[in-house]
Structures are given as structure tokens and as C-alpha cells.
Design a protein around this ligand. Sequence first.
Ligand SMILES: [Zn+2]
Length: 87
Amino acid sequence: MPLRPIVTVDEQDLERALLRKSVDALTDGRHDCADCGRTPLVGEMVYRYAAGSTVCELCRPLRRGEPVESELVRHGEWGNSVRVRRV
Ligand SMILES: [Zn+2]
């Protein structure tokens, strides 16, 4: 039976891999602008076009067609926070 090579993991490589994984997880739910690649800020409007592309407020005037819909960019915890209700 051949011996398997010992796999060593460099500490900096591991840190880099973990950082990249966590950043990728954060960017999964974001809507990046199809034209400039920028992530729109909270409170900014984003516009969706028929082709399925999402464009930020700054890039919208550069497009010729009208968007299918627009949406307000909300904070990531939107809908998950606790609200005080006065009865
Ligand atoms: Zn843009």
C-alpha cells in the first residue's frame, strides 16, 4: 500500500481561504449593478430591466429603455428586526 503524502496547510493560506469564503458568503445576497459592478447603498433605488439585469441609480440614465420595475435597497436585516407595537 503506497503512502499518502502528508498534506500541510500554511496558516496564512488557511486565513486567506477563510476570509475569501466569508466574503463570498456576504456577497451572495447582494445585487451588484450590471453596468458598473458597484453594490448599491441602503436607501438607494435599483432598477430591473427585461433582460434580467439590475442597474444602480447612477447607471440608469445611461440606459435607453425603461426599467420593468424598481426597488428600494433595504438593510440586510429588513423584516427580521423586533418592532415595538403600541396597543
Ligand atoms: Zn451602476
